[in-house]
Design a protein around this ligand. Structure first.
Ligand SMILES: [Zn+2]
Length: 462
């Protein structure tokens, strides 16, 4: 832990750099001339390259698609994969999301955890190696990706045009080291409606909710025409099963509003799916028979309030990765059809085909077609892989935490190349605030991260 004091002494500089980089609203924008991800992302890259230059590293702008900064010498290359783009700030902040304000030992702002904080922590870790004057037999290169949140054009451009590190880590998840990431699929389930009987039941005009496959939706609503007063049923439902439902009646149309709790699509258990609660309630109503009612009944049978795919024919799990997760992120239903957008994260040892077959079979039974929109294969390293062993040793020495390497449902740059794993920067027990309001990093954790990364880089590059 020879770098600890040196990093502690750079704390003020590190904090200032993080505040400065937070002030770029580096959400991917439209291509602007030779700036493929827009001006704010570009300005953030230029700022970071200038900072690395000032710290004494060799830098390169890779045609505005990516950038890197390097120290050391040797044939072999150790990589750090970070990203400088952020997701939009969203609502409800108590601080300026692009202000870099400090309160109570915490630096607030979009990107403080994901991923600008870890990017600054690793840059200063490299600076500590340089200033300490240790001999490195390998080069260490930090690679700045520019559209991790929205597509991977930046990192892919880098990998096509520049040297690929032989070993790398990405500080874009949690500690300790992550030795596996689940497979990820995004797909659409669709059904066209033809039949509707005029049998005097409640008519469902539309059901809408959610924004994206990879988010647990926090709002959904159904517009219906009541043929009897459903208010007592809402109250009874919430008492019995939970959920947060409200009625709004206007011009003969009743809107059932369902409020859930938003969360990342990889952790549906942390949230409350507003769509599923809404459908679960509507299923109790005496709705007009036809294709739409058979969809509503079918949703109950195939999804309901379950988020592990048990009813959907894909309730798989394995020891290392745990249970499959099944997140309905969006629904669009009107008189003619219904579309669901779903994000499944499946266990490392389950083949994609097995997952897909189960889902297809289940939803075919309720007349829904399956259309795969996006797929990322799982990654896996045995716990005795060189990279995992070295990173775990460093983490344990610094923290005393002897827990095992982890797996997760999130997808990081570790999937972009061979021999890369996610390592930090959120510590166990700390809130995971990536993509949430009031995202922050404590100054203590920024320093602690940087100290761990310095030792890790030294272990990998000496
Ligand atoms: Zn990230």
């Amino acid at each position: 832990m020879i770098f600890n004091d040196r990093i502690k002494n750079m704390q003020d500089d590190m904090v200032t750099s993080l505040q400065e980089i937070i002030r770029f609203k580096s959400v991917e924008g439209k291509k602007d001339g030779d700036m493929p991800f827009g001006k704010e992302v570009h300005d953030c890259l230029i700022y970071t390259l200038n900072l690395a230059d000032k710290l004494g590293f060799k830098t390169k702008n890779v045609d505005n698609y990516a950038g890197y900064a390097e120290i050391g010498q040797g044939d072999d290359l150790i990589g750090i994969l970070v990203h400088l783009d952020v997701v939009p700030e969203g609502d409800g902040w108590d601080y300026d999301p692009y202000g870099g304000e400090i309160a109570d030992g915490k630096i607030f702002g979009r990107g403080t955890l994901d991923d600008k904080g870890p990017a600054i922590a690793t840059l200063y870790a490299m600076k500590a190696l340089l200033d300490e004057g240790v001999t490195l037999n390998k080069r260490v290169r930090i690679i700045f990706g520019l559209n991790e949140e929205t597509g991977w054009a930046g990192i892919n451009y880098y990998l096509e045009h520049e040297e690929t590190p032989s070993l790398a880590f990405t500080p874009d998840a949690e500690f300790p080291a992550c030795h596996g990431e689940k497979g990820i699929t995004v797909f659409e389930l669709k059904k066209d409606f033809k039949e509707l009987l005029n049998d005097g039941g409640v008519e469902v005009l539309s059901i809408t909710g959610g924004n994206a496959a990879n988010m647990v939706p926090d709002y959904a609503e159904a517009k219906i025409i009541e043929t009897y007063d459903i208010e007592p049923m809402i109250n009874a439902y919430m008492k019995d099963k939970g959920g947060n439902l409200k009625l709004d009646r206007k011009d003969g149309v009743t809107t059932i509003q369902s409020t859930g709790i938003s969360a990342h699509g990889s952790t549906p258990e942390v949230g409350e799916n507003a769509i599923s609660y809404l459908l679960d309630f509507v299923n109790n109503l005496d709705v007009k028979l036809g294709d739409s009612s058979s969809f509503i009944r079918g949703y109950e049978r195939t999804i309901g309030l379950d988020y592990n795919g048990q009813r959907a024919g894909c309730g798989f799990e394995d020891e290392d990765s745990g249970k499959l997760t099944f997140n309905v992120g969006k629904i669009e239903m009107d008189k003619d059809s219904v579309k669901l957008l779903v994000n499944v994260r499946y266990p490392i040892t389950t083949p994609l085909k097995v997952v897909e077959d189960g889902i297809k079979r289940t939803f075919k039974d309720i007349g829904m077609s399956y259309n795969l929109l996006d797929h990322m294969a799982p990654i896996y390293f045995p716990k005795d892989h060189e990279l995992i062993v070295k990173l775990m040793k460093v983490y344990q020495e610094h923290t005393g935490d002897m827990s095992e390497p982890i797996t997760m449902g999130g997808g990081t740059y570790a999937r972009a190349m061979k021999n890369a794993v996610a390592f930090g920067g959120v510590f166990p027990g700390e809130p995971e605030l990536a993509h949430q309001k009031n995202e922050y990093i404590t100054i203590d954790n920024l320093v602690k991260q940087s100290q761990i990364y310095a030792s890790a880089l030294y272990e990998l590059a000496k």
